[in-house]
Design a protein around this ligand. Sequence first.
Ligand code: HDL
Ligand code: ZN
Length: 416
Amino acid sequence: MKIHNTYELKKAVDNAVDSVKITDVHTHLFTTDFGDLLLWGVDELVTYHYLIAETMRCIDMPYKAYWNLSKKEQADLIWNTLFIERIPYSEACRGVLTVLAKLGLDVGSRDLNAYREYFRNMTVEQYIDKVFEISGVKTIVMTNDPFQDDERAVWLGNYKGDERFKAALRIDPLLNDWHNHYKRLQEWGYSVEEALTEETLKEIRRFLTDWIDKMNALYMAASLPPNFTVPEDSVRSKLVEECIVPVSREKNVPFAMMIGVKKLTNPELRVAGDSVGKGSIETVEYLCAKYPQNKFMVTMLARENQHELSVAARKFRNLLIFGCWWFLNNPSLVEEMTKMRFELLGSSVIPQHSDARVLDQLIYKWSHSRKIIADVLFDKYSDVLATGWTIEDDEIKKDVENIFGGYFWNFLERKF
Ligand code: HDL
Ligand code: ZN
């Protein structure tokens, strides 16, 4: 049906965005095969590391004392500090409230114990179904690291899987800390040594291939520091060009570079202690230009990298940019980045991923992002209509399905 006015346009956009089933290309969630690695429920939600960082700004408790508290005591402390003693309007705080509201709980009661009651008789299987249904997510991609022993054991054991959960092979230890991890590959039967001999490089390629096959990984990924540079005279640069790139091309799986993480800026905050730094767009451009048959997914953590990354995506069809990652996943920056990306790239981008670490977060991260992306799309479509161009509602539906996952699946299929 042709759209005739902004009222019909708003309705068509809201219907399309509210009903689209999402592919979430980057999360830290796990199937139930992995047991406690899958975090869920209100205490995990409230002790999300974003909220730990925000709480520790407000109190003088020694970091060590916080880490020695039980999970419940940590949640009580965070709840009292950020939700009772203050109005919870940071994005991570608001997210908790959105989850409680979407679950139909009495948010106004501020009663954490009542929220805990809700989960008392819930099984994880029931809750996975509920969260996928409420959030409108159809498929999520996990972050799967064979160097994590408890996770590795599951892959080598009786992993059954769940068709809603896909795998991504995460290789930070290999790329960022070869010196301390090559012995692991030796233990696992790969004839590598610390020196990157031809034999070692061949065996690393075998390791990557084996795990892509074992996991049926959709892509390989690594989080990388601001100074990540290729080419350079370094182990990491050599591993990227001699191992990651050839395996990525041969298996036709993208290499996802997540650039700009300054690890443990405050080590006492542990998982909450990482910060951000501007990365090198030249490295992204070099790799995309030198390896046109390879596919690269890139997300960068610094706001300062966003415009040049969008321009780089204009230059290389084998570059797919994705998400408003981590410190960028806030309404003001999601709107800014989404507008810029749609204006520079049209729909050939993945505007968002959740990065959810706790299952419940799918509910809020997608509720918040859907609204912003819908508003930006409404603006863009309105501008098009204002020229006298016409738009049909099923064209909007198709465009929305594309940006909430279709373009990702299409990118995986493409061979350059
Ligand atoms: O490296 C990553 O994938 C990051 O997303 C980190 O896990 C980070 O701690 C995080 O959860 N950000 O949202
Ligand atoms: Zn992540």
